[in-house]
Ligand binder design. Structure first.
Ligand code: NAD
Length: 320
């Protein structure tokens, strides 16, 4: 849901590369005035062209509530940092993944931005404690990590450092929810956050399978695209396991846990699903969905997969 027109905050997006340009769409689409800033004038110019194209693609797919031009008109393209920070309540930093670059920019931001402005980084791997720890205003700094591109993958990880103020986390969560980004808050900083830890676990195994000559690259991609990935676009890995076994996730863990543990030890990992952990996961799943609803939810999952398959078959966007 978009914020109320009178409450739409000004946003600065710093760095107009892949992620910055995509964040600009998220905020502008929700009605926020956006200052998109980059130190590279040529990059800014190509983002201007690129954003027009992406917005018209979104309009063609009926994913915009208003004309593409109206969304585009909310984005200003700027090269100077102080200008970009004027009248903004929130900064989304999107410069390269380089600790010293981020450290230097955050020092400038802390000096130049209004003290009430939240300073969020799109960093994929660097936590805020790695580049904002020495700042006087570090309590307003945190990571908001999106998938690529955020205007299509509508979820973002909110990763506060130990020094981030609770009120800043809450305001960030509220803003992200208001612009339709489905924020997920991590309880503490962890290397790689969650998105990339999950992605990395699968990719590590995929590399091993190709290395060992079990399968080739295109075949791994097919198994994920047409199997695991298709299912994961409807349910996550815990819900998938819950719905794959009569008796739910506890039954699944009993049956598959020892096998998955053995596959992990083959790769030098030692993380058994012990009784206490399985009980914790089971309790959380049962709070979301009682076992009595299992059959109905399986039927729902299958209908959702049918809708996706129908879309894949009928929409020319999927050919290629
Ligand atoms: N690409 C992804 O899939 C992805 C996904 C999630 C998060 N991220 C994170 O987002 C951030 C940006 O990644 P990207 O892929 O968009 O990078 P990119 O290289 O496409 O874009 C970076 C932009 O920042 C600009 N820039 C450099 N220094 C600057 C400064 N001091 N001030 C303003 N602009 C500056 C560059 O000119 C460039 O246009 C990184 O931290 C990255 O880890 C990337």
């Amino acid at each position: 849901m978009s914020p109320e027109p009178s409450r739409r905050p000004g946003i600065a997006v710093l760095g107009s590369g892949s992620i910055g340009a995509a964040w600009a769409i998220v905020f502008a689409e929700a009605g926020c005035p956006v200052n998109l800033q980059d130190i590279d004038a040529a990059r800014l110019e190509s983002s201007r062209r690129d954003l027009r194209e992406r917005l018209s693609d979104l309009a063609r797919c009926q994913l915009l509530d208003e004309p593409a031009e109206a969304v585009f008109a909310r984005i200003r393209f700027l090269s100077d940092l102080p200008g970009a920070l004027a009248n903004v309540a929130y900064v989304q930093e999107c410069i390269p993944e380089d600790r010293e670059l981020k450290r230097s920019l955050f020092a400038d931001l802390d000096r130049l931005a209004d003290p009430a402005t939240i300073l969020a980084s799109s960093s994929s791997f660097l936590p805020a404690s790695a580049f904002a720890d020495g700042l006087a205003g570090r309590s307003r700094c945190l990571v908001v990590h999106p998938g690529n591109p955020p205007y299509l993958l509508r979820v973002a990880e909110v990763v506060p450092a130990a020094f981030t103020a609770q009120a800043v986390v809450e305001r960030t969560m509220d803003l992200l929810a208001a612009v339709g980004m489905g924020p997920v808050r991590l309880r503490r900083e962890i290397d790689g956050f969650v998105f990339n830890r999950l992605q990395g676990a699968l990719l590590r195994e995929a590399y091993c399978l190709v290395r060992d000559g079990i399968i080739d690259v295109a075949e791994v991609d097919r198994i994920v695209r047409d199997g695991l990935g298709l299912r994961w676009s409807v349910v996550g890995p815990f819900e998938a396991a819950d719905l794959n076994a009569r008796g739910g996730i506890a039954a699944h863990a009993k049956r598959a846990g020892p096998v998955y543990f053995r596959l992990g030890t083959d790769r030098g990992q030692n993380d058994p699903w012990d009784d206490k952990l399985v009980a914790k996961v089971t309790a959380q799943r049962r709070a979301i969905m009682p076992l009595e609803d299992w059959e109905a939810r399986v039927a729902w999952r299958d209908r959702a997969l049918m809708a996706l398959l129908r879309c894949r078959r009928s929409d020319s966007a999927f050919s290629g």
